[in-house]
Design a protein around this ligand. Structure first.
Ligand SMILES: C=C(O[C@@H]1C=C(C(=O)O)C=C[C@H]1O)C(=O)O
Length: 446
């Protein structure tokens, strides 16, 4: 069966199915304990503004591949959400959680087993935290879903939730037994050298080069545990988990918003250019100052801001605010907040399609940069640096850029980090700049 036939079949089966979603408020519970109790698929989303979702199982599943993957997702989502019957507060409305691979022609080779070129899940059981309350939601989807079956499922889910411990003792870190860079320092700096030469020769402006750090863990990784610890160490970041099967989980605390759409309002940002945090307030301010004064970093970041604004202009009125410093626990970046007011009702997936990959993770001009990345990088990006997030029936949603991330299963983990390279990039300095980008997860595993 070709993908078009398969999509056709999926749309037909959506037409025969009913979506019933029921929610109730519950006393606050440990999201970590809930997640640990769920079988795959498991998903988690937390945004710095306070919304937290965690889901287990799939009432429905959307996957797509190839250059038309966004069209296919939008069509299937429309069919899936048509006539959805939801009872519960707005925060608990049905949302598809997941993401896409960096390239449309992605293959499911390890460590990306179970990760299609686009995978979204409508969780069967979900916890939502927001507006100072916590809710439990159950979704039934299929030809046999009814209001009664959803109500029964909600009762059963509430019952099993009451058996979960309120607090779950935090496990220790698994420990790292062995590690190696997929592209070790000498090779990676040589790659940077080649790319800077190509940029100076004229056909390219910027390329983001990444590498991967493979880890052999001393014990199996407990992902819910790691996510809980990341909540404390990186409260200013997003946190996400996409785990289609028990074999592999993609997760991390990315700082970067790709796009948020709420009705006509769109928020995004250009985040690029990095400096460490200082040991003292004075050192820290010096680093911030050098971010603001470095012509190289200003140029690198301006390319990102200009491209994002250009891409958004087709959808409405765009405003870029002044550049500022975005400080994270272990690194600081240059940031331009960008907002737009939509002319029409573009789906958040259409905005993602237009923006991904921004020059913060791809480069400029895009096609030449992507070709350079494919020729140069010695690993498969898989879902690294790709859009991860959620969307709902109205085409609202929010996506982060899947950086500061890793893919893990059993005793294996692979972490990713990349840097924007421009004509005057210094390979040694770029290598040093990569190191803090694997720290968020590495620190939790070591
Ligand atoms: C590519 C990554 O980060 C991106 C690249 C940055 C840079 O080049 O300075 C900064 C922030 C991110 O947009 C990464 O963390 O892997």
């Amino acid at each position: 069966m070709n993908p078009a036939q398969r999509n056709q079949e999926a749309v037909v089966s959506h037409a025969e199915a009913t979506l019933v979603s029921r929610s109730c408020e519950i006393p606050d519970v440990s999201f970590r304990a809930f997640l640990a109790d769920q079988n795959a698929p498991r998903v988690h989303w937390a945004s710095p503004d306070g919304l937290e979702l965690v889901g287990g199982g799939a009432a429905a599943h959307l996957t797509a591949s190839g250059p038309k993957r966004f069209d296919s997702l939008r069509d299937e989502a429309e069919a899936l959400f048509a006539d959805a019957d939801h009872e519960g507060p707005e925060a608990t409305r049905p949302r598809m959680l997941g993401g896409l691979s960096f390239d449309a022609d992605h293959e499911e080779t390890p460590p990306w087993t179970g990760f299609a070129a686009a995978t979204f899940v409508l969780p069967r059981v979900q916890l939502t935290r927001g507006d100072d309350a916590t809710w439990l939601t159950v979704v039934e989807y299929g030809p046999d879903a009814t209001v009664d079956s959803a109500a029964d499922a909600l009762d059963a889910a509430r019952e099993s939730l009451s058996e979960l411990p309120m607090m779950r003792p935090s496990g220790g870190s698994p420990g790292v037994a062995d590690r190696h860079w997929r592209t070790p320092k000498r090779e990676w700096t040589a790659q940077v050298e080649r790319v800077t030469e190509r940029i100076r020769s004229g056909d390219l402006l910027k390329v983001v080069l990444a590498t991967a750090l493979d880890l052999e863990l001393a014990e199996e990784v407990d992902i819910p545990d790691v996510l809980e610890r990341l909540r404390r160490t990186y409260p200013e970041c997003y946190r996400f988990l996409v785990q289609p099967t028990d074999e592999a989980a993609f997760f991390g605390p990315p700082p970067e918003r790709l796009v948020k759409r709420a009705g006509r309002s769109v928020e995004t940002e250009a985040l690029a250019g990095s400096m460490p945090r200082g040991e003292t307030p004075e050192d820290d301010a010096d680093y911030a100052e050098s971010l603001l004064e470095s012509e190289k970093l200003q140029h690198e970041q301006q390319l990102v801001a200009d491209t994002i604004c250009e891409q958004l202009e087709q959808f409405g009125d765009v405003t870029a605010r002044d550049k500022r410093i975005r400080k994270l626990s272990n690194i600081q970046h240059l940031q331009t907040p960008i907002s737009a007011t939509l002319d029409g009702d573009a789906h958040v997936l259409s905005l993602v399609e237009a923006l991904h990959p921004t020059p913060a993770v791809g480069g400029l001009p895009l096609e030449a940069a992507l070709e350079t990345i494919r020729e140069t990088e010695s690993f498969d990006r898989g879902w690294y640096a790709s859009p991860v997030g959620w969307f709902d029936a109205d085409g609202n949603g929010e996506f982060a850029v899947g950086i500061r991330s890793g893919v893990a299963g059993g005793k294996q983990a692979t972490l990713f980090a990349g840097n924007g390279i421009v004509g005057d990039s210094d390979p040694e300095a770029e290598w040093d700049e990569l190191q803090p980008k694997v720290r968020p997860i590495l620190d939790e595993l070591e």
